[in-house]
Design a protein around this ligand. Structure first.
Ligand code: 5GP
Length: 173
């Protein structure tokens, strides 16, 4: 697509995810990890990360949205989930596409901690935009730090489009 330029290539993403997966598995040893994917944006990253982690894992989903169809956060986070197991006493790895203001993760973490009481909760995020942060969020496993640019592809959308791109791209003006 000519109006989109590659910002982070498929190869760069793949290499980084293999590194992250190995690091995560090393940290958890033989422990079972409940990989909790934040829909929809993290689905592609999560599918690749899950396979890079390997070993004993289980996959769960949570849905969180704050953007609507705009490129600026609405300031309100809608969270919904129906897990197939209790997370109480489990080791949970939350997988997110991008941490921007930090609002989404802050709300998701607070709610899961209160309602599910996991033994541990860590966060893996493919991207972070630190210059946009309003609420501090600790990212345990990070793919790439980027500047304040609106990115699409590899699961990330613009009004529900472009999630299928195999790379992280930028819309050209
Ligand atoms: P936060 O709550 O941290 O401000 O925003 C987190 C969510 O906003 C992400 O999960 C993602 O859905 C969306 N978001 C933030 N920055 C971008 C971006 O550059 N591109 C896209 N497509 N979504 C973004």
């Amino acid at each position: 697509m000519s109006n989109i330029s590659v910002f982070i290539s498929e190869e760069e993403i793949s290499t980084r995810i293999k590194e992250l997966g190995a690091e995560i598995r090393k940290d958890y040893g033989d422990e079972e990890i409940i990989v909790l994917c934040i829909l929809k944006g993290a689905i592609i990253f999560c599918a690749d990360l899950l396979r890079a982690i390997g070993g004993k894992t289980q996959l769960e989903f949570i849905s969180a949205s704050s953007y609507g169809n705009n490129t600026e956060t609405s300031g309100q986070v809608d969270i919904s989930y129906k897990l197939s197991q209790s997370l109480k006493g489990k080791h949970v790895l939350i997988v997110e596409d991008i941490v921007d203001t930090g609002l989404t993760l802050d709300r998701v973490l607070a709610r899961l901690k209160k309602e599910e009481e996991p033994a541990s909760m860590k966060l893996a995020s493919l991207l972070t935009k630190p210059s946009r942060r309003e609420i501090e969020v600790n990212i345990d496993y990070l793919g790439f730090e980027i500047e304040d640019k609106f990115v699409i592809g590899y699961g990330l959308d613009l009004a529900q489009n472009y999630r299928e791109l195999p790379y992280i791209g930028l819309m050209n003006a």
